[in-house]
Design a protein around this ligand. Structure first.
Ligand code: HEC
Length: 144
């Protein structure tokens, strides 16, 4: 491995550790990991949409497949009420569980419907907009 590659890898690992540093509750950690994976996949598509990385239809569709698979994990991962000082999850999640679970399924369904639909660069932004709207619908209610 080249020195530069190693440095970049270490920085990447360090950032991930920092973002979740100090989280003690394992259930909270697990659900944060699901969200982080979803976020990372969205970034892959986002940087293609911005022209920061080369357009790759297969990679974009693969990222959407992963987002849909992880979105299916949101409800099971949050079902048990778990708390941690580092968590940004609002306690009303468990008072309005059915609504929260529906919003999770909205993300899954919207993303699932878009898998395979990315054929040109112009397909990226509308897909991101549709999926992103479902992320926002939940975050604006249930995330600090
Ligand atoms: C049904 C609700 C819901 C949906 C849908 C949802 N999220 Fe989240 N997300 C949350 C909650 C709640 C947290 C805070 C979790 C915590 O800190 O315990 C969170 C946290 C995050 C985080 C921070 C994770 C970390 O490292 O701590 C990212 C990134 C994220 N979400 C991205 C997304 C993206 C991108 C989507 C859409 C593709 C999405 N989320 C859809 C509820 C949701």
């Amino acid at each position: 491995m080249k020195k530069a590659t190693i440095a970049v890898t270490l920085i990447a690992l360090g950032t991930a550790a920092l973002a979740h540093g100090g989280v003690k509750n394992k259930d909270v950690m697990a659900r944060m990991e699901v969200m982080k994976t979803i976020g990372d996949q969205m970034k892959i598509v986002g940087s293609m949409a911005k022209g920061q990385t080369a357009f790759d239809a297969a990679a974009a569709n693969a990222a959407l497949t992963e987002v849909a698979a992880q979105a299916a994990q949101i409800a099971p991962m949050f079902e048990t009420q778990a708390e941690d000082p580092k968590s940004e999850a609002l306690p009303i999640i468990w008072q309005q569980w059915d609504d929260f679970a529906k919003l999770a399924s909205d993300t899954e369904i919207a993303t699932e419907a878009l898998i395979g639909s990315i054929t040109t660069e112009a397909d990226l932004a509308p897909a991101l907009g549709k999926i992103g709207g479902t992320c926002k619908a939940c975050h604006s209610k249930y995330r600090e």
